[in-house]
Design a protein around this ligand. Structure first.
Ligand code: CBH
Ligand code: ZN
Length: 396
């Protein structure tokens, strides 16, 4: 097989479609535990991870992100998580092998990612945090992943440490923060965050998770302003939620009362994804992907919207869809056949079917920050008394 084009060349020449949220999707399928959200499925249920990679590849993803989210040793050991028995090295190793296997079934690249650590939340400091990251990076380098990502950081400071470690390799480095237009949890603006990340060596900068596509693009726009004002340049990425979050505050969807088990009414339609893809492209974002709540069919919508920009490349999964729902022409009922047109779906205002429910919520907003006692992480299980104290606080 001819050598694959690298990530930077792909971003310079056109658009790169990312994949969607693994922990959320595998949780729904019964292979990941909500709470720890760790990726031990790479060892315990490799066929489930492989299948999800394949569905994203088929939907048009150009990148297979190895399922290494939260796979630092300290996260695998946190709060009596059983995943600790596997050890970080083997979870990361299995993730790299699965991603590579499926990437080579097409023209996709393999991405190795780091994410926020308990060590940082507990305030253990730079060396303790970096030591966690170096162990994951070793596995990515051994497995010759195509590029690296530091993702899901709520604090710029920790993201910079992650980028610094990733830059100890010679691979391209991307970094996405889980922040909104208000900035990181310590009050750093999106523009300043982007500048500091590029100065630390990140070649691709943006946001992931925590907010819907439209809030996320607003944040990326602020990052672009900061980068331009500083006379710098970089590529931009966006991997937003598959949930509408107009009511989320600084901490994003984690703070919404529906997180994580009742978010479904907020789910984006595929038509929302068409709009997201177009808006992202027009803004100048060239790495257009997805996070929690985004399933393969959402990514299919993104790749369908950008088919022309992708040189007419049609995703395999689109063969069973037909652009703009064309397959509805084959429906038995005439009023459904009448819906076989772009304009119908683009202008529809979908109902939630929940007449007694509000359309927005009030975020929890406990205001707990890294280093605070309540954010100190433990390897022991949460005890009944601890839980009772938290529930008393929830009622207060
Ligand atoms: O799962 C994935 O695809 C990852 N690339 C991103 C996950 S963002 C995780 C959000 C949940 C975190 C938490 O509640 O602690
Ligand atoms: Zn996410």
């Amino acid at each position: 097989m001819a050598e694959k084009k690298g990530i930077i060349q792909r971003l310079e020449e056109g658009v790169v479609i990312g994949d969607g949220g693994f922990v959320f999707e595998l949780e729904k399928r019964g292979f990941c535990k909500a709470g720890p959200w760790t990726p031990e499925a790479t060892i315990e249920n490799p066929e489930a991870v492989r299948e999800l990679h394949r569905e994203f590849l088929r939907a048009g993803s150009d990148v297979m992100q190895a399922f290494t989210f939260y796979a630092s040793d300290d996260k695998l050991e946190n709060r009596a998580n059983q995943a600790a028995i596997h050890g970080g090295r083997s979870v990361n190793q299995a993730a790299c092998e699965l991603a590579r296997e499926v990437a080579n079934e097409g023209d996709a690249l393999v991405l190795g990612g780091l994410s926020q650590t308990p060590a940082y939340l507990s305030g253990l400091g730079e060396e303790a945090v970096k030591a966690q990251y170096r162990k994951q990076l070793d596995v990515f380098v051994d497995n010759k992943v195509d590029f690296l990502l530091a993702e899901y950081f709520e604090y710029l400071e920790e993201a910079v440490w992650a980028v610094e470690v990733l830059k100890e390799s010679s691979l391209p480095v991307a970094c996405s923060l889980a922040i909104g237009p208000e900035g990181d949890m310590a009050g750093v603006t999106p523009g300043d965050c982007a500048v500091r990340l590029v100065k630390a060596g990140a070649e691709i900068v943006g946001v992931n998770c925590h907010f819907d596509p439209f809030k996320s693009l607003e944040t990326v726009r602020l990052m672009m302003e900061g980068i331009k004002a500083a006379g710098l340049s970089c590529h931009y990425m966006c991997q937003p939620l598959g949930y509408h979050t107009p009511d989320a505050g600084r901490q994003g969807f984690i703070d919404l009362p529906e997180f994580p088990f009742a978010l479904e009414p907020r789910t984006l339609t595929r038509w929302d994804c068409h709009r997201y893809a177009r808006d992202a492209y027009n803004l100048g974002v060239r790495y257009i992907g997805a996070c929690c709540g985004m399933q393969p069919y959402h990514v299919r919508a993104i790749s369908e919207e950008l088919e022309e920009e992708r040189g007419g490349l049609t995703a395999k999964a689109s063969e069973k869809h037909g652009k703009w729902g064309d397959g509805l022409r084959q429906h038995t009922k005439p009023w459904v056949r009448a819906r076989a047109q772009r304009d119908y779906w683009e202008t529809l205002k979908p109902a939630s079917g929940r007449p007694t429910c509000p359309s927005t919520s009030t975020p929890d907003n406990w205001g707990v920050k890294a280093g605070d006692d309540d954010l100190k992480q433990k390897t022991a299980e949460t005890a009944d008394e601890e839980l009772a104290a938290l529930q008393a606080k929830q009622k207060a």
